[in-house]
Design a protein around this ligand. Structure first.
Ligand SMILES: Cc1cc2nc3c(=O)[nH]c(=O)nc-3n(C[C@H](O)[C@H](O)[C@H](O)COP(=O)(O)OP(=O)(O)OC[C@H]3O[C@@H](n4cnc5c(N)ncnc54)[C@H](O)[C@@H]3O)c2cc1C
Length: 469
């Protein structure tokens, strides 16, 4: 069949960040593109249950609790004393509603058709769309971006009020006074810190010995200290045996015999590829044990014309990476030149306080015997740090001890997820810390921390030089 005989040049399943970018990239090339998603899910998990609602909720928590202002106005400072779920969800609904419109508008402007319903393969070029429009469409190329859903252990009964996952937590009717968070991954710890900020007494349980093991260990220690200060208790190295629901709350029993009573349990124990409805058998594609899809470096499945991008292909499972994967897949599908996704992807963890990093870690530099020096800047030494009232924030640069190139940037505290991009740009251009030492930064800013940390590293390297000579 020639490409003209298909309904579309590109059909995308899933309208999250990966799917949107794939469809729009194809449309920009003049291709006929369509995106399928379920009614009420335009914008994907990202917009409806994941990134955007959780980050908006976090913003509402920070504002209403007055947390970030307490350094200035005292520990009892609050914008609102009795914060309700309605206070929090008002902001979320507003932002999600607007963002859905932005996505719809972008698709419309680029002449990408939006087909509403659940997509299932009929054969390797044909998909039926059911539940909404009841269509059957064919396409020359297909991009799968169906995302993931929370994994639900079989022995736990979720009732979406007492026992919830990261979808259900958005629909709680009131803010619990006590909560167990099972799973100390990014989502679990982000929600643990939000509820702790709201005054919920949170216990985090994880079978691993620590949390966020992919982040800088010094920064994870700082986060742990802060969360403890918000009355978060940690039970690491512990396995959950069962969760029982009673009239007044829940009891979580650990394999060690400990029992934890809490009003609500939030399970955040991994995510499963949302591939069940795709009818992949009809296209001859298999998933791995977690319902995920394997792809090559251009995001092709084992069939040359079917690509997969976003969370369904696994790590790092972030919105920005999914977008780039989607764009890359579409360009590759239509024979456009496309550069490989760089290894230098920033990671952002929106805990309270937030964490972000790009590049290498002290541990792996040591393992690889790379000589490095650390340049440190603490927000409390910056005028801007004092003004915003963030005494604990810090920026850490890892610098090659011989050629002075920037190897890694690790940030903790206010605006960490934005600040990291300055370091990313310097690293992307192969820059050294000399650029940061010589650059003039606006004053007073938190960006200035780069100059302070670069000077710190320079001074340490100089001191070493003097001793060696
Ligand atoms: C609580 C939470 C917080 C997060 N916070 C962040 C964050 O702060 N920063 C960040 O970068 N990332 C964050 N993420 C991850 C981010 O949301 C994902 O990386 C991103 O959404 C993945 O995009 P995607 O393209 O894979 O599609 P998704 O956003 O996962 O969307 C997939 C879409 O496919 C649709 N679909 C699936 N199967 C079918 C079918 N058969 N037919 C039709 N449609 C189908 C689904 O309905 C869904 O709308 C968070 C995730 C969660 C759960």
């Amino acid at each position: 069949m020639s490409s003209h005989e298909y309904d579309y040049d590109l059909l995308v399943i899933g309208s999250g960040p990966g799917g949107q970018r794939a469809a729009i990239a194809a449309a920009k090339l003049g291709k006929r593109a369509a995106v399928v998603d379920r009614r009420g899910m335009v914008g994907g998990v990202c917009l409806n249950t994941g990134t955007i609602p959780s980050k908006t909720l976090r913003e509402a928590v920070l504002y209403l609790t007055g947390m970030t202002q307490r350094e200035m106005y005292g520990a009892s400072y609050r914008v609102k004393t009795d914060i309700t779920v309605a206070d929090l969800t008002a902001r979320t609904q507003h932002v999600v509603g607007r963002e859905v419109e932005v996505v719809r508008h972008q698709l419309l402007r680029n002449h990408v058709d939006l087909l509403l319903g659940t997509a299932t393969f009929v054969d390797e070029h044909t998909v039926s769309v059911a539940g909404g429009e009841h269509l059957r469409v064919s396409a020359d190329k297909i991009v799968l971006a169906p995302g993931t859903r929370p994994a639900r252990p079989e022995n736990v009964e979720f009732d979406d009020q007492r026992v919830v996952d990261s979808d259900g937590v958005l629909n709680l009717e009131h803010i619990p006074t006590t909560m167990v968070v099972v799973g100390a991954g990014v989502i679990g710890i982000e929600y643990a810190s939000m509820f702790a900020a709201l005054g919920t007494r949170v216990t985090v349980v994880d079978q691993r010995p620590n949390m966020l093991e992919f982040c800088d260990s010094e920064i994870v220690d700082s986060l742990r200290f802060h969360l403890r200060d918000l009355s978060v208790a940690f039970r690491f190295g512990e396995q959950v045996e069962r969760v029982e629901v009673a009239e007044a709350g829940t009891i979580t029993t650990l394999a060690s015999g400990k029992r934890i009573a809490a009003e609500t349990v939030m399970y955040s124990a991994g995510r499963q590829g949302a591939t069940d409805d795709l009818g992949l058998d009809n296209a001859g594609i298999e998933t791995n044990s977690r319902g995920r899809l394997d792809v090559d470096e251009h995001f092709r499945t084992k069939l040359d014309h079917i690509y997969a991008v976003g969370d369904v292909i696994g790590f790092p499972a972030l919105a920005a990476t999914s977008m780039e994967q989607g764009r890359h897949a579409a360009l590759h599908a239509f024979g456009e030149r496309v550069s490989a996704l760089g290894e230098m992807q920033p990671i952002g963890v929106y805990t309270i306080p937030e964490i972000s990093y790009v590049g290498r870690h002290e541990g792996d530099l040591t393992d690889d015997s790379v000589p490095y020096e650390v340049g440190l800047s603490r927000y409390r030494e910056l005028a801007r740090g004092q003004i915003v009232g963030d005494p604990y924030g810090m920026l850490k640069l890892l610098v090659h001890a011989e050629d002075r190139t920037l190897l890694g940037v690790h940030v903790f505290g206010t605006a960490a997820t934005d600040l990291v991009h300055i370091g990313q740009a310097v690293m992307g251009c192969g820059g050294t810390i000399d650029y940061l030492v010589d650059a003039v930064f606006n004053y007073p800013t938190l960006s200035e921390s780069y100059k302070v940390a670069a000077l710190d590293a320079t001074n340490k390297l100089r001191a070493l030089d003097r001793l060696v000579r």
